[in-house]
Write a protein that binds this ligand. Structure first.
Ligand SMILES: Nc1ncnc2c1ncn2[C@@H]1O[C@H](COP(=O)(O)OP(=O)(O)OP(=O)(O)O)[C@@H](O)[C@H]1O
Length: 286
């Protein structure tokens, strides 16, 4: 039986999302368009390339992330994962190719425009306000979405209100609502960053190595939170991560990059069994 808090959390965290992503194999490294059981593409990359000083960093990537799907972007060090993320979020502009967010061509749009259209990203470095409380951090993110800053400061409930409570519940940080964000452990900071994203109700969540810097003891807990956000809330996720044991259990599909290109784009078991993928990892000593 869902509680008011979980219902509010679902409302806070999902918008135009679809539960029940599939694990169907596309059988292709260049999967274009959603498969028959996959939701409509929230993100579609078409022949995306980025070159710097003659070096091809991202090489003709074509892939999609379906509504409600969890895609993990993996590859050896220097494969181009962060560069691809930067293209997707608009921090860098592609040399060629197209980026569509829910059908809209955002290739030439600035990062804040993409964010307004529903693209939410966490960074490898922490983006929380360390001197503010955990609840206040989430409250600011809610404000940023609703544009009710003055009203918030005049009439805010001491605990930030039901939406803040619901989002904190979703990431299992309710017990830390009153703590200073700067006092959180690395794992809890990552949860708070996720909460800040969820408060903005993105239609696509981009996670850039959420396990980086997180202690071994906290990885399981953080994994559970991310998995719940995806599975229970139906959020669409594209995540870069090096911890394979985390991804195999969580991702619907793995997009494997190597030397800037997409080597495989399929379900985790098939990707890991692919001789080319194995060679790429062994060859780079990863
Ligand atoms: N602005 C840039 N100018 C020149 N080369 C760049 C630039 N940004 C990235 N590179 C190069 O592009 C390649 C891919 O880098 P990128 O950081 O995207 O890889 P990655 O897969 O995210 O690596 P890691 O797993 O180590 O974070 C690297 O060889 C890097 O040195």
């Amino acid at each position: 039986m869902p509680t008011d808090a979980t219902r509010a959390a679902a409302d806070a965290a999902t918008e135009d999302t679809r539960p029940g992503a599939t694990t169907e194999d596309t059988g292709s490294a260049a999967a274009t368009g959603p498969g028959p059981d996959r939701g409509a593409a929230v993100l579609a990359l078409e022949h995306l390339s980025w070159s710097v000083g003659g070096a091809v960093i991202v090489d003709d990537i074509t892939m999609d992330v379906g509504e409600g799907e969890f895609v993990a972007l993996i590859g050896p060090n220097g494969a181009g994962k962060t560069s691809l993320f930067n293209l997707v979020t608009g921090l860098t502009r592609p040399t060629s190719g197209t980026i569509r967010l829910a059908g809209t061509d955002v290739t030439r749009q600035a990062p804040h425009r993409r964010a307004r259209l529903g693209m939410g990203r966490t960074f490898q470095t922490s983006s929380v306000f360390a001197d503010l409380g955990v609840g206040a951090n989430v409250g600011l993110a809610v404000q940023a979405r609703t544009g009710e800053s003055r009203r918030f400061w005049r009439r805010a409930a001491p605990d930030g209100g039901p939406e803040v409570a619901a989002v904190l519940d979703l990431v299992r940080l309710s017990h830390r609502a009153g703590a200073l964000a700067g006092d959180l452990s690395h794992g809890d900071k990552r949860k708070l960053e996720l909460a800040l994203l969820l408060a903005r109700r993105p239609r696509l969540i981009l996670l850039d190595e959420p396990m980086a810097g997180v202690s071994a003891g906290e990885i399981g807990d953080l994994t559970t939170v991310i998995r719940d956000v995806h599975r229970e809330q139906g959020c669409t996720v594209l995540m870069v991560e090096h911890h394979m044991e985390v991804l195999l259990d969580m991702a619907d599909r793995l997009a494997v990059m190597h030397h800037g290109a997409l080597l495989a784009f399929t379900d985790p078991d098939s990707a890991m069994a692919d001789p080319e993928v194995q060679a790429a990892y062994l060859g780079d000593g990863a």
